[in-house]
Design a protein around this ligand. Structure first.
Ligand SMILES: O=c1ccn([C@@H]2O[C@H](COP(=O)(O)OP(=O)(O)O[C@H]3O[C@H](CO)[C@@H](O)[C@H](O)[C@H]3O)[C@@H](O)[C@H]2O)c(=O)[nH]1
Ligand SMILES: [Mn+2]
Length: 730
């Protein structure tokens, strides 16, 4: 119940239970880590006794890193909070006095991101439960594709029926594709009838768009109808073209109405200028062009940014996030509200650990609790001021209320004005990409941008309600997943190495726990080196009968065992509390080993190269389409390995551990219990790695499937793994 002066409070932040127990537990782990370090330092083999001196020092170095990194990760567990909003209070208090919202959808490639998928996102954004005259949807097309433009025109038409249908029957989700994937309602006759006819209309629209793409041209009738197509002349290519801005639906126009006579949201297509020798800065460049283009058309104080595959899933989300921005106590400090990234194609045991449940339910909420929620690039509502570089100031209370559109000039004039803002040279000599808008030069533009906003004094909120705010497409093959992590880990590490390093750039500006929280992810990439060391060297030594851990009978084994078991059990509990199955926890463990030994390694190398000026920032787009064979395998939760270097590394390390385990067990047979006592920890470590790699061996043995591991990779990996044992160990 609310009364009196707390009426203006529109959200509350609750602390998760068990804080004291967590802290006590952390202390026990930390003490044991210190014991491990002490043991390592005190027992370094002397240079002249022929012991594995350098191997030992390597183990020590890896364990120093792991211990240090573990401390960093505790920032994501120290204090965990969750936010709740009071939507009814907002409506009661503000009624119609609510701000307009600009929604930015980014797409970059019509084959990897099919236009039909893109317009599903656009349509669900247009159908938000929010006054349509206050909604403006902008599509940025870095693919510069006339098919995407064509699809948007189709979507505008379709929206005239789709929006009334959604509102009449209060349907969810409002992405037609996702919605019609469900069953036809049978209990309500009228609803059932309209459902069927809408579905029919949707399918027709989809096939028109798809067949235009197959034919490679937009039907002449449509081309003639819309002057906009003339932009795509013979000189127009994806990488070299003038700016295109087309207002497909002019929301200012009272005659632009849907089938029920209600106003429509504004809908704008933009393909910013691209020139071969002009860096376009990928998504950050697209977003900044959108910020400028929208500023002359609608200039809403709030901006929602979504990737083209991330359709809005909760029709009330805008009202919910307004509870943060309009909160009378804390609202004026908040620059953005980030929803978790969620996906609608996760299999029951989440084969590739795409859902990242612990990150989304524990770590990111915790960092949000320090006022520094990470900006994750999609599903994020921004205050325009914050994004545009304005510093937070206490004296200045932004009211976030109704804004007025530019009603003075005609559509054509508006388009012309907007086009100039999407030109390459518009940014020359300005602060765009440095102090204004999204930051350039870093492949994780989202995270670094969020950090700069916070360092200008703003706060940000992580909001993870029960009903998912946005749903996207997660990678469906191992290679796709690993490519994505290569970009992320590389881009994030690049931030750490740059002037934006949170410990320096954020010093005195964001909380220390938040600086650590950022670093948890920014330091993903360097984890690769100690992990690679740990999955190979102890195994090689095992085969050679060299001991790297305390004997089974030694009390010094206790801290090693404690840290390992405690961390494992704790991560199982966290996964369980985040609604994971045991198998998905296991799959996630495998994915972490794989990511650390492949993606993070490449990300690390990549970031170092960029630091040395040897390579340029790039952005490999994640494919959102998968052929039906791969999709079937994904649904059956069978790992699909590609013919990539990733696969070679994974398989080599799996073989190495299999050989080592076999050798270790043989040693036990030939030399008996004494060998076991000396090598048991290594046998356990190696055994676990073998267990986690079972699907890898299966894939290698499987010779019938179209995606069995190529013989060449198998042979190469086996040879490499065997050679590893010939390496001298010292
Ligand atoms: O030159 C480009 C490249 C990409 N994109 C868009 O950026 C979005 C994200 O690309 P995607 O390939 O899906 O990357 P993900 O790894 O899935 O994206 C995550 O990570 C990115 C940073 O690495 C963020 O930009 C994203 O918002 C975040 O969802 C997509 O909508 C693309 O269309 C562009 O607009 N222009
Ligand atoms: Mn994506």
């Amino acid at each position: 119940m609310s009364s009196g002066n707390d009426d203006g409070v529109l959200f509350e932040t609750k602390e998760a239970k068990g804080q004291l127990a967590r802290h006590a537990f952390m202390a026990t782990v930390l003490i044991n880590i210190l014991f491990i370090w002490f043991y390592r330092a005190a027992n370094i083999p002397a240079a002249d006794d022929g012991g594995p001196r350098w191997c030992w020092i390597g183990m020590f170095a890896a364990e120093i890193w792991f211990g240090f990194y573990w401390v960093i990760t505790q920032s994501g567990r120290w204090r965990i909070v969750h936010n709740h909003v009071f939507k009814h209070k907002l409506l009661h208090r503000y009624g119609d006095d609510l701000p307009s919202v600009d929604i930015f959808v980014c797409t970059a490639d019509p084959t990897m991101e099919p236009p039909v998928m893109v317009i599903n996102t656009v349509l669900s954004a247009m159908a938000y439960n929010y006054p349509p005259e206050k909604l403006n949807v902008y599509l940025s097309d870095d693919g510069g594709s006339e098919f995407t433009f064509y699809a948007l025109i189709e979507a505008a038409d379709f929206s005239k029926l789709w929006i009334p249908f959604c509102k009449k029957f209060d349907v969810e989700p409002r992405s037609p594709k996702a919605f019609f994937g469900g069953n036809c309602p049978v209990n309500d006759e009228e609803y059932g009838r309209e459902w069927l006819s809408m579905k029919e209309l949707y399918s027709e629209m989809r096939s028109r768009i798809e067949s235009a793409m197959e034919m490679g041209r937009v039907p002449k009738g449509i081309r003639d109808q819309y002057a906009g197509f003339s932009e795509w002349n013979s000189e127009f290519t994806k990488k070299n073209h003038q700016s295109v801005v087309k207002i497909v639906v002019d929301g200012r126009d009272k005659n632009e109405v849907d089938a029920d006579g209600c106003r429509l949201p504004t809908l704008v297509y933009m393909a910013r200028e691209k020139r071969l020798h002009q860096p376009h800065n990928f998504k950050a460049g697209a977003m900044n062009a959108l910020i400028r283009v929208s500023s002359v058309i609608s200039n809403s104080p709030l901006i929602l940014n979504v990737d083209c595959d991330m359709y809005p899933n909760n029709p009330d989300a805008i009202y919910e996030i307004l509870c943060f921005f309009k909160d009378e106590v804390r609202g004026h400090q908040i620059s953005y509200v980030q929803f978790p990234q969620a996906f609608d194609n996760i299999t029951p045991n989440d084969l590739y650990d795409n859902a990242l449940p612990v990150i989304h339910k524990v770590e990111l909420p915790a960092i949000g609790g320090y006022g520094s929620a990470l900006y994750c690039g999609t599903g994020c509502f921004h205050r325009r001021e914050g994004l545009c570089g304005r510093k937070f100031s206490r004296d200045f209370k932004l009211l976030l209320s109704n804004t007025h559109k530019n009603t003075l000039i005609s559509v054509t004039e508006l388009e012309e004005a907007a086009k100039a803002l999407a030109d390459c040279n518009y940014e020359n000599g300005t602060n765009w990409g440095r102090e204004m808008g999204l930051i350039y030069g870093i492949a994780a533009e989202d995270v670094v941008t969020g950090l700069t906003v916070q360092c200008r004094g703003w706060k940000s909120v992580y909001y993870a309600p029960q009903k998912k705010g946005f749903l996207g497409v997660a990678p469906m093959t191992l290679d796709q997943a690993l490519i994505q992590y290569t970009r992320w880990s590389g881009g994030l590490f690049q931030i750490f190495c740059s002037k934006y390093c949170p410990f320096i750039y954020g010093h005195g500006k964001i909380k220390f726990l938040a600086q650590m929280g950022y670093s948890m992810y920014l330091l993903w990439a360097p984890n690769s080196l100690p992990t690679l060391y740990y999955v190979t060297i102890p195994s090689i030594c095992l085969l050679k009968g060299i001991t790297l851990f305390p004997q089974v009978t030694s009390p010094w084994l206790i801290p090693f065992a404690y840290v390992f078991i405690a961390k494992t059990v704790y991560s199982m509990v966290e996964a369980y509390m985040s609604d994971c199955t045991l198998l998905s926890w296991w799959n996630a463990q495998r994915m972490w080993v794989i990511r650390r030994t492949t993606s993070f390694l490449f990300g690390f190398v990549d970031a170092v190269m960029k630091q040395l000026g040897l390579s340029e920032t790039s952005f490999v787009i994640t494919t959102k389409v998968t052929d039906s064979d791969s999709r079937k395998r994904y649904e059956q939760e069978v790992i699909e390995f590609g013919c990539s270097t990733f696969t070679s590394i994974i398989f080599t390390s799996a073989m190495l551990n299999l050989f080592a385990l076999t050798g270790g067990l043989l040693l036990f047979v030939t030399e008996g219990a004494e060998a076991l006592a000396k090598l048991a920890p290594q046998i356990v470590l190696c055994g676990l790695l073998v267990a986690i790699n079972i699907p890898v061996y299966k894939a290698a043995l499987n010779r019938n499937d179209k995606v069995c591991l190529p013989v060449s990779i198998v042979l190469k990996s086996i040879i490499l793994a065997s050679l590893a044992f010939l390496l001298p160990v010292f």
